[in-house]
Ligand binder design. Sequence first.
Ligand code: URA
Length: 254
Amino acid sequence: MDSVLDFHALRALLEWQMELGADEAIGDTPVNRYEVQAKPPEAAPALPMEAPGQREEGGAVAAARKAAGAACDLDALRAALGRYEHCELKRGARNLVFSDGVPGARVMIIGEAPGREEDRAGKPFVGQAGQFLDRMLAAIGLSRDRNVYITNVVPWRPPQNADPTREEIDMMRPFLERHVALAAPELLIVMGNISCQAVLDTRGITKLRGQWHEAWGRPVMPMFHPAYLLRAPSAKRETWADLLEVQARLRESA
Ligand code: URA
């Protein structure tokens, strides 16, 4: 009888956790990540005298700018992100997802945020969308093994794969800008609305895609996100045109 009760109690507990958004079993012993990492940030700059709502955002962005600006190479930037304590997403993530591919490549791709597979692997675009991205790149002779560098706007997985908030995007932007400067690609491909928001400060991928824009002194091509293309295959046609545009630009300047 006890074991029957245990079964029902355990099942109810599991269902409750799933309703709260738990979508994978990570270990037998629960870890309270807020407790583990609740150290006060080291050397956080003085917060500006602003309204309480603005205070943390201002301080977080200023701290990001300071930390990113002090990084003189990609390893230092990765380490600076590892020390940055203002972004709540870090608490729930398993790994920092910094980059993949070839630093210094002519093409740098900026995705949105890691999903479950990326969080586990500590690398961007390794799940289904990533495999599709690899096929898109291969179609124009590009590959992360040879000539593409990849990162995301946000280096930690948002819970339940939610879109990063404006505040999270704003605090990650200084790191992203520095990442681009240090990787020094010839051009950027930004995938999806979150990336457009972070790099171009605007959204509306349907209108933005297919046209060259400029950010941080480099040409930027917005494209549909590969995860969207998996859901809406009819948009692949436009993406193929965008990929050819990138290929043409690379050939022109080779
Ligand atoms: N989607 C993204 O935008 N980035 C990843 O790394 C994975 C999925």
